[in-house]
Design a protein around this ligand. Structure first.
Ligand SMILES: Cc1cc2nc3c(=O)[nH]c(=O)nc-3n(C[C@H](O)[C@H](O)[C@H](O)COP(=O)(O)O)c2cc1C
Length: 323
């Protein structure tokens, strides 16, 4: 079984990839999307999305990081995939799932699921532009309005030469509304020979088991669940190996959030504060301590104030919960 850390724009950056892959359990990460419009992008854009390119394309824990591209023009996507590969990306992932309206207006993401031929043309152009040793993977949803084109798209992506397919088990229309329809993946999975990765709403080891049973996939991608439950990948693997697992307590998580906050100093304070709060919006699902801290920091605007709240009592470290 492989677990892949999902791409999450605006929250899951290289520092969080580092933190989560050091905790362990992941076979791969995918970067936030790099938006491709009408020309090859300069190397600095790829390095910004994926600083790991400078260290062999892997996180410090050694987990490979695939570079994700989002765009609608096959030739331009192919040219950018080639640049990414030249810069050392260990794999290229193509985003056909992003529901954002701004992204879709600029032609890419899930909007393309209405045009299976263009999805296939992009996969095929990218496959031809990168070294055959470098995997090309695609990430889709079940469809745009509905899942009527799902099977055609999945088979087309395979036919176009993708090495793997990750499926977020909802349509664009369904947004992030629970549930995720893992059994929809299960209807198409037997027709595919490439590895298929199931994604969506895997918040716990029990959900991972259910997603595997319903989708027929052994490999899973974890997004929000990995942020809420930073050692979720280890917990899933322990469960599947029949071992007992004790999730990390809050006093081991909090120093990681502080470390994350410390790396955000290069951002404008407003953005740095928003990144930290974003992680808290997920952590509060799992940890009551994160919920009370979140209630306290949600109106704070400066990262230094947020850090103070994370360090000092009553919400930060106490004598009972040393750093
Ligand atoms: C804040 C946020 C940002 C995301 N950014 C990306 C992205 O850059 N590329 C992508 O393919 N998917 C992106 N996604 C979708 C996730 O990768 C994933 O498919 C989705 O959240 C469902 O999985 P989950 O329930 O495990 O979170 C994003 C999702 C969220 C919530």
């Amino acid at each position: 079984m492989r677990l892949i850390l999902a791409p999450m724009e605006g929250v899951l950056d290289h520092t969080l990839r580092d933190i989560l892959t050091r905790i362990g359990g992941y076979e791969r990460c995918v970067t936030e999307f790099v938006r491709v419009i009408d020309r090859p992008l300069p190397p600095r854009v790829f390095h910004r999305a994926c600083p790991e390119l400078l260290t062999g394309g892997a996180t410090p824990a050694g987990t490979p990081v695939f570079l994700q591209l989002l765009g609608g023009d096959p030739a331009v996507m192919a040219a950018n995939a080639h640049v990414a590969q030249q810069l050392g990306a260990p794999g290229i992932d193509l985003n056909f799932g992003c529901p954002s309206k701004t992204v879709n207006r600029s032609d890419g993401g899930s909007a393309l699921l209405r045009e299976p031929e263009r999805v296939c043309a992009i996969v095929s152009a990218v496959r031809a532009a990168v070294d055959p040793q470098v995997p090309v993977t695609a990430k889709i949803r079940l469809g745009f309005h509905d899942s009527s084109l799902f099977e055609d798209i999945a088979l087309g992506i395979q036919q176009a030469g993708a090495d793997e397919l990750c499926i977020h088990a909802r349509t664009r229309q369904q947004g992030y509304q629970p549930p995720a329809y893992w059994s929809e993946i299960g209807k198409v999975k037997p027709k595919l020979r490439i590895p298929v990765i199931a994604n969506g709403d895997i918040w716990s080891p029990a959900a991972a088991l259910q997603a595997q049973a319903d989708s027929g996939c052994t490999d899973l991608m974890l997004g929000r669940g990995a942020l809420a439950f930073p050692d979720l990948a280890l917990a899933i693997k322990a469960q599947q190996g029949g071992a007992a697992y004790q999730p990390m307590p809050w006093h081991e998580i909090l120093p990681l959030v502080i470390r994350y906050a410390d790396t955000l100093t290069g951002h404008a304070p407003k953005y740095a504060a928003s990144f930290i709060k974003q992680w808290f919006t997920y952590l509060r699902r799992q940890y009551p301590e994160a919920e009370s801290l979140f209630q306290h920091i949600k109106r704070l605007k400066l990262p230094a104030e947020i850090k103070g709240a994370m360090i000092f009592p009553p919400y930060g470290f106490t004598q009972d919960s040393p750093p």
